[in-house]
Structure formats: structure tokens, C-alpha cells
Design a protein around this ligand. Sequence first.
Ligand code: ATP
Ligand code: MG
Length: 393
Amino acid sequence: MDILIADDDFYASKFVEKTLSEMGHRAHVVENGLMAWELFQRESIRMVISDWMMPEMDGPTLCKKIRTSDCSQYVYIILLTAKEAKEDAVLGLESGADDYVVKPFDPSELRARVQAGERIIQLEDERRSAHMQLLQSEKMASIGQLAAGVAHEINNPIGFILSNLVSLEKYVNKLTDFIQAQDGVVKDLPQSGAVSDLVEKRKKLKLDFISEDIKDLIHESLDGADRVKKIVQNLKSFSRVDQAECKLSDLNECIESTVNIVWNELKYKVEVQKDYGEIPLTKCYAQQLNQVFMNLLVNAAQAIEKQGEIKIRTWNENGSILVSFADTGCGIPDEVRNRIFDPFFTTKDVGKGTGLGLSISYDIVKNHQGDITVDSERGKGTTFTIRIPVVEA
Ligand SMILES: Nc1ncnc2c1ncn2[C@@H]1O[C@H](COP(=O)(O)OP(=O)(O)OP(=O)(O)O)[C@@H](O)[C@H]1O
Ligand SMILES: [Mg+2]
């Protein structure tokens, strides 16, 4: 854990630093409150052990500044005080400190206080991550509901538009057939005023152009309506509101509908290659697995800066279904590889990533008794592989 020590007394801070190092923590030592505040803003500090009286900025002011800053994780603060005055303790706690230690103290006391802090930090992390996961799954559920609602409403009208267009095409073919037959007859008729009026009118109304264009219009409309129908189907199978419970599902179908849903994020820079193998149906929470596929696809697309490729492969191996997403993106540096599944770990800009995608995916896959592994090479790309054991009915 990264712990900040702020104390203008060199020997005191050395003593704290030594104790913390023995406990396996990384200590950052500074000699006044202002430097502490600056370092705090730069590093990801989880605990602060600060002297009360310091030049530039005192301990309680530092506490207040930390408490009103918008850091995303809980920071545990221990104040060191030389006096045993009760008012001081109250003031310290009121300024936002979690604990205070009266100087002089021995290593065992400091160790016990730091351990108490570690427990609070762990509990607070767990609480925040459970809360965020709850929010995320509620969000997914309501997006699912909304998508299913919209899909349901569009389904009927697009159904009759499609079937009417098909009939319309047939009728138009008959009408143009008839007009052509009529043309033949008119051509052979003796020229009279009425006949030439008819020919004139035909020209004026541009019937030749219309009878060609009308076919194109109907074709385009059929094509468009077909696309809308596909989107509706994808929305339906993606949301799987009917499948919030465990059901037999085809993972190839799930992936396909998810690819279609995130297509907008992919289409400009990614060439998607699909290699769907023959895999059995498996009992699973399809809505949740769709969320996993979506997170992996979006991450892969975000890792590709300009142009790249995502290869999706599914196969069946020793009673499990394997799904891999291989991208040609920036890769994951070794030093962050073992942190990517941590909740809130992100390398993306503020507002772009919450760092929850992989931790949620990890939990979902674990819930399915499966596992998720990553293989990555910096600058070359990353492959995530999911293994889901097949559960037959
Ligand atoms: N395919 C990938 N290529 C390169 N880096 C990746 C890839 N997938 C994940 N990462 C790294 O892992 C980090 C964590 O990913 P995760 O999906 O959990 O969060 P995020 O994408 O940053 O945010 P969120 O998914 O919540 O929007 C990313 O910030 C990124 O650094
Ligand atoms: Mg992500």
C-alpha cells in the first residue's frame, strides 16, 4: 500500500518509514504539509500519517484538504500529536482524521493502528466496489428493459411494413407488365388524336423513368426495413429480458448479437473476423455473458488507436466452451497486467473508463464456474480467453 508520511522531524519520519517498510508498505516521506498535499495529488496514496505541527501547512488543514478533494478511493488518515489534550483529539477527528497517535509511541502501537486502517480501507473498497457493481448491473438491467421495450414496439410496425413492401413489389410488377402490354397495343393502333394524346401523356408523366425507379425505391425500402428488423432482433437477443434467469443458450448467437450492438464503436477502425466453432448449447445467464462480451469488445476497440483487427473465436474443448477475443491494439504493459481485473483500475482518461468492465466480467465468468485469462504483448495486441464449462439441461 502507498502510505504518505508527513513530518518535519527527520528522526520521527525515519522511524515511521522503517516500521511501514517492515510491514511491506511503500512509504513516501515529505517534510511539510504543503509537500504532502502536492504529493497526495500526484500519487495514489491510500493512507496518510501526518504530524500535527508542521511548517507551511499543519496536519488538520492537510486532513481537511484531503477530505474535500474528489479522490475516488477512501484515504485513511492518522494524525501524530505531541500533546495528550482531549481538545486536540476532538479537533483532529473533526478535521477528518480517522485516528490519532500520541507521541512518543512504539512500533507495536503504530503497527496496530496501521493494521486497523488497512481493515477499514479494505472494507471501504469492498463496499464501494459492491455499490458500483450494483449500480452497473442495475444500469444494464434497465438498458436491457428499455431495449426490449423499444424492440417490442418497433417489431409490429416493421413487420407489416415489410410484408406490405413485398406485396407492393408484386403489384408494381403486374402494373408495369400491364403498361408494357398496353404500349404494344397502342403502338399498332391507327394514329388518331386520342392515341397521340395518350402517347404524349405517357411521355409527360415520365412513365419509363417511373417504372424503372419504382423498382429501385421498393428494393431500397425493403433493404432498409430488413435492416431495422435485424436491429430489432439484435436488441431483443442482446437484452434477453426473458432470459435474466439461467437458460440453455447458444453463445455464438449471443456474441453475434453483441457484436451488432457495439458495431457503431467498431465499424470505423476495426475489421472483425469471426470464427464461430461448433459449440453445444449451455445453461447460462446469457444477459450477463453478453455484458462480458460487450466489455471485452469495447476494450479491444478502445485499445486500437487507428486501424486494427479483432478476431473472435469460439470452440469446444474438454466439456467447456472457449471464447477468445484477440485484438491488434496497444497491448497491456507487464506492470499493469495483474491489476486489470481490480475494480476501478483504469488507464483511460477521466470520464472515459470507470475501470469496472473487467472486474465485473471476471465476477460473471467466475459465477459460471469458468475463468478468464489474458495474453498480451505490448504494441502487438491482446487476447482475452473465456472458458465456460458446458452445463447441459
Ligand atoms: N484489449 C485491451 N488492450 C489493452 N488494454 C486493455 C484491454 N482490455 C483492458 N485493458 C486495460 O485494462 C484496464 C481495465 O479495463 P476495464 O475494462 O476494467 O476498465 P476500462 O475499460 O478502463 O473502463 P470501463 O470498462 O469501466 O469503461 C483498461 O483501462 C486498460 O488499460
Ligand atoms: Mg472496459
